[in-house]
Design a protein. Structure first.
Length: 227
């Protein structure tokens, strides 16, 4: 009888241990626009990060999810945060947004519908604080590029720099890590774009990542996720 009891106890302990290990899986959600959407492709930065985390750690330690939608701006993130992010009960949320908030002021298909700076700032605060209230860690990224020329010659460089500065300000005020992709991209372009071209270095079109850009973003983001 005792042997049966201890056998059952052992089975229960193993079951509970397995359940505990599964429950401790860390869920990372990437939240953004078409850059994030494409990042979930097999060779995108989200998939590269997932593969790297699975190589470094046990395969079931992390769950990595992409929730990007093309054309999204900060107000769009505010609107869909509860359904697309908070409902997934994340441990970490990486917010990669800002390009469309600037680009849509001049993009031919958006009729000047960029995001005013005050709405961009208040919207970021809102998204971050709602995520933190839900118990998740936030990593905020600056918008990387609208053109890859490195001497301030891209049409929206000045505005993109202003919005990146707002993102940095928000990250500092809300005490969240700042993944400064804007600075990283410009530094990379200065070192690796001798012809000062507007695309083809880290992007395919000045905005969306090519293979090198996806690898670069994955490598740049990883230390924030491993910290």
């Amino acid at each position: 009888m005792k042997s049966v009891f201890y056998s059952c106890l052992l089975v229960c302990c193993l079951f509970m241990t397995s359940f505990t290990f599964l429950a401790k899986k860390k869920r990372i959600v990437f939240f953004g626009d078409s850059i994030t959407y494409s990042g979930a492709d097999p060779n995108g930065f989200i998939s590269l990060i997932r593969n790297t985390l699975e190589t470094i750690h046990k395969k079931n330690t992390y769950e990595v999810i992409g929730t990007g939608i093309g054309g999204n701006r900060v107000p769009d993130l505010q609107y869909r945060l509860a359904k697309d992010v908070l409902a997934q009960k994340p441990d970490v949320v990486v917010i990669f947004i800002g390009v469309n908030d600037v680009w849509h002021f001049i993009h031919p298909n958006t009729h000047g519908k960029g995001t005013p700076k005050d709405q961009y700032e208040s919207g970021l605060h809102d998204v971050i604080n709602r995520i933190k209230k839900a118990g998740a860690k936030v990593i905020l990224c600056t918008p990387a590029a609208i053109g890859e020329k490195h001497q301030g010659e891209n049409a929206q460089d000045a505005m993109l720099d202003e919005y990146s500065a707002i993102s940095r300000k928000v990250a500092e005020a809300d005490h969240v890590p700042m993944c400064d992709l804007r600075k990283a991209f410009m530094d990379y372009s200065k070192a690796n774009n001798p012809d000062n071209t507007d695309k083809g270095i880290l992007t395919s079109d000045g905005v969306h990542l090519n293979a090198t850009g996806n690898a670069f973003v994955a490598l740049y983001m990883l230390p924030f996720l491993l910290h």
